[in-house]
Design a protein around this ligand. Structure first.
Ligand code: AMP
Length: 289
């Protein structure tokens, strides 16, 4: 395993591997790795000959009042985990080389970037897309792996790849959860014991929505919204930022639920903001034939 910090060295390593006919599998992360990230790495290991994990806390995706400075960072531990997973390269570029003085080019996926997470975190997806495009340009992978945990991000990255004709296959990987149902997240370390119990309500609320749609045939978006919000509202330490039922491609709210939808939510628990999502389909695909 090799740690690379400079952009030109990363480019050169990939150029060599490609010249040998190797397939490059790339997992972009912000580090503080957990089993959710490692599930992406394992999938990458299956599909690629060379696995590159980037660890880059991207300043462009943090708002002025957000936690860029205090975002969890532990490169030594991340390195150990990557060694265990047989990662070939960690790419940990310096923000100053990624965004040198005079940097002024950004990528914006219009519409999709300004709703839901984008409405709560202006500039967030512009920062994500700019960094992902730059990382894809340097690492030049055949495959890039993203988690469904950040479903809006995955939809936006797929849209960017399609719109800009990027030559990479995006592979989505399912959300990894702890035994209590809480989706793994680098920010979970900030939850105290009672906040952690509150966090369990997220998946419970989403499951309630899924059962309404899949098992009880509820097609009214309002009804699902009300009942899911009721589950979250039962815990007074949860402040709902948004809960939405949306189309999985356009991310628009459907009039009624007639096909697959995503249930997306963001909440504050104390000082910690958590997101989660689940998909639901009134007629599960394998029973629809
Ligand atoms: P982050 O380091 O939070 O930017 O995440 C890097 C990648 O890991 C993104 O594609 C995330 O969607 C993915 N990821 C984060 N948490 C999970 C999880 N619990 N399950 C699956 N993928 C995840």
């Amino acid at each position: 395993m090799e740690l690379i910090r400079r952009l030109h060295l990363m480019r050169e390593a990939v150029r060599k591997a490609r010249a040998e006919g190797k397939k490059i599998a790339f997992v972009p992360t912000m580090g503080a790795l957990h089993d959710g990230h490692l599930a992406l790495v394992r999938r990458a290991r299956e599909l690629g000959d060379i696995v590159v994990v980037s660890i880059f806390v991207n300043p462009e995706q943090f708002g002025p009042d957000e936690d860029y400075d205090t975002y969890p960072r532990d490169l030594a531990r991340d390195t150990d985990l990557c060694v265990e997973e047989h990662v070939d390269f960690i790419f940990a570029p310096d923000p100053k080389e990624m965004y040198p003085d005079g940097f002024r080019t950004y990528v914006e996926v219009e519409g999709l970037s300004s709703i839901l997470e984008g409405a709560s975190r202006p500039g967030f997806f512009r920062g994500v897309c700019t960094a992902v495009l730059k990382l894809l340009s340097v690492v030049n992978p055949h495959f890039a792996f993203f988690g469904q945990k950040d479903m809006q991000q995955a939809v936006i990255v797929q849209t960017m790849v399609r719109d800009l004709n990027l030559n990479v296959e995006i592979v989505l990987c399912p959300t990894v959860r702890d035994d209590d149902g809480v989706a793994l997240s680098s920010r979970n370390v900030r939850l105290n014991v009672s906040e952690r119990v509150s966090a369990m309500a997220l998946r419970r609320a989403l499951e309630r929505g899924r059962v309404l749609i899949e098992d009880q045939g509820v097609s009214s978006v309002e009804e699902v919204e009300t009942k899911v919000r009721d589950v979250l509202g039962a815990d007074e330490s949860i402040k709902i930022d948004y809960f939405a039922v949306v189309d999985p491609v356009s991310l628009e709210r459907p009039e009624t639920i007639g096909g697959e939808v995503l249930l997306l939510l963001a909440v504050w628990i104390g000082q910690t903001r958590l997101i989660d999502n689940i998909s639901a389909c009134p007629e599960p695909p394998d029973e629809a034939e």
